[in-house]
Design a protein around this ligand. Structure first.
Ligand SMILES: Cc1cc2nc3c(=O)[nH]c(=O)nc-3n(C[C@H](O)[C@H](O)[C@H](O)COP(=O)(O)OP(=O)(O)OC[C@H]3O[C@@H](n4cnc5c(N)ncnc54)[C@H](O)[C@@H]3O)c2cc1C
Length: 478
């Protein structure tokens, strides 16, 4: 006899989306979360000084705002407000100029000099088609026939290419630097297949849905998901690290928002030995080193565009960005890190005391690295914002170990839920038509170790829950 219909382990964006999807189908759902607060990679906390609200993990949400499932949920009725910066992204160069990724394609193209026309040509086939494209891209490639096969094929021809190859469309350093920075979100060397697709998807997201943050920080997205789940009768239990399914209430389905090796440990002998062994061999990718700053004023960027942007990428050439990624991948520490930074308080003053600001910045390091990248990170910021150091009131540094302590899914500081090289971004945790399902029909995996991989979009949770609904509860189409 089941105590509840379904149990979800882990209250990250995927776990919460899975729980909501199951609860919307009328099921009784309980979620068990190891940390004291729900949200996983979408949480916000005072990591430096009182009143300064920093995002613990994710900060910027092109895939959240553009997620076919999250955008269809009534999250605004549960407190979510997306804040759109004046400019989604700026990418400055040493001479004070910047490439800008704007909501408008024209404004973006205008910042790319000789590559304006090439950029327009690259994005044109996909403009106005975000919903169709996102639905087909943010899913397991073999699970079902795409809804828009011609559009997906057109995207796939470009998206399957390594970023280094696709960037040959561009001649100038502005477009090449911008493109490399976008591809770096895949946390894989620029010669890796499909990294071009990551860059293209993030560029399209800027034009189609923006790169917003939730007002109050990423936690607001998680709080809205929890509030909606509770309104449907679901329950979230925090502070409960699950080590075995035996500890949990009896349920007809278990959906786990954990890494594959954890799934093997938690499910124990409920999974066949050979499948569990494959899960235990799952490979993780490089880590990140993050610094949160409490600042007495806005970052003094040399480039005017950076002062209008929510996100700023710091790496002045494709070669420098590629080199930093290669080092982190190969086990070395980049001398000059490529940085992804976010400055939400320019657009959401609720996140710091009056006139004060927060800055979120991270660079890439090898998995499990134990050194300190803080000084190199700050040197890189100073390169584009001289005088930055004088504004710093407090710093909170988190290397791989701390990143993993915040959230057990960030194994060794890997924030991408596993290595993204080769075809590992598309086929994870194993090559399977339905990677969310396990050989045990009651057990499902929904974390970022399933397609479509990393990011706050909830799509892994949605797909896993849909398969559970179909296979266990006989409801709907998967
Ligand atoms: C520093 C950093 C920056 C990032 N920046 C961005 C960004 O700007 N935009 C973006 O879209 N993405 C970003 N990401 C990635 C994003 O946060 C993740 O891809 C996303 O959160 C994955 O969602 P998930 O639900 O699969 O897993 P998670 O969010 O990791 O959630 C998993 C949850 O399961 C819980 N859990 C694990 N094991 C157990 C257990 N045994 N028992 C109970 N609970 C358990 C964890 O505590 C956690 O709450 C970033 C991540 C990090 C760390």
């Amino acid at each position: 006899m089941a105590d509840v219909d379904a149990v979800v382990v882990g209250a990250g964006p995927n776990g919460l989306t899975a729980a909501v999807t199951l609860a919307r189908a009328g099921l009784a759902v309980h979620v068990y979360e190891a940390e004291a607060t729900a949200g996983g990679g979408a949480r916000t906390a005072e990591l430096t000084l009182p009143g300064f609200r920093h995002d613990v993990c994710s900060a910027v949400h092109p895939l959240g705002a553009g997620s076919p499932v999250l955008s269809a949920l009534p999250l605004e009725a549960h407190g979510l407000r997306w804040v759109h910066p004046a400019l989604p992204l700026a990418h400055p160069f040493a001479d004070g100029s910047a490439a800008t990724l704007a909501r408008s394609v024209e404004e973006t193209a205008a910042s790319l000099g000789p590559d304006a026309a090439a950029y327009r040509r690259l994005v044109a086939p996909f403009l106005g088609r975000w919903d169709a494209l996102a639905g087909d891209v943010l899913r397991a490639p073999l699970a079902s026939w795409p809804g828009h096969p011609l559009l997906l094929a057109r995207f796939g021809v470009r998206a399957g290419a390594p970023a280094a190859l696709l960037a040959r469309l561009f001649r100038g350093r502005h477009a090449r630097g911008l493109f490399a920075g976008l591809a770096a979100h895949a946390i894989a060397p620029l010669r890796t297949p499909a990294t071009g697709g990551v860059a293209l998807l993030f560029a399209l997201a800027a034009h189609e849905v923006g790169w917003p943050f939730p007002r109050g920080g990423s936690q607001a997205l998680s709080d809205a998901l929890v509030a909606y789940l509770e309104s449907l009768g679901g329950r979230v239990v925090t502070g409960r690290r699950v080590r075995s399914l035996e500890e949990l209430p009896a349920a007809r389905a278990y959906v786990l928002d954990v890494m594959p090796e954890q799934l093997a440990a938690i499910a124990g002998d409920r999974l066949p030995r050979r499948y569990a062994e494959r899960l235990r061999r799952y490979r993780h990718g490089p880590a990140v080193f993050k610094v949160d700053y409490a600042l007495s004023g806005p970052v003094p960027w040399t480039s005017e565009a950076c002062r209008r942007a929510g996100t700023v990428h710091l790496g002045p050439s494709m070669e420098e960005i590629g080199g930093a990624l290669r080092s982190a991948y190969g086990g070395g520490v980049p001398r000059v890190p490529f940085l992804i930074t976010s400055q939400p308080t320019l657009f959401d003053p609720s996140r710091a005391p009056d006139g004060r600001h927060v800055l979120w910045a991270y660079g890439h390091v090898p998995n499990g690295w134990t050194g300190d990248l803080s000084a190199a990170i700050e040197r890189q910021i100073e390169r584009f914002a001289p005088g930055f150091g004088e504004l710093v009131l407090a710093r909170g540094a988190a290397g791989p170990e701390r990143i993993a302590e915040h959230d057990a899914n960030n194994v060794g500081g890997d924030i991408a839920g596993g290595a993204c090289d080769g075809l590992r971004l598309l086929f994870r945790p194993t090559v399977a038509r339905v990677p969310y399902a396990t050989p045990n029909p009651a057990i499902y995996l929904c974390s970022s170790a399933t397609p479509p991989g990393p990011g706050v979009h909830g799509m892994g949770g949605y797909h896993a829950a849909r398969y559970a609904l179909r296979r266990v509860f006989g409801a709907g189409a998967g």
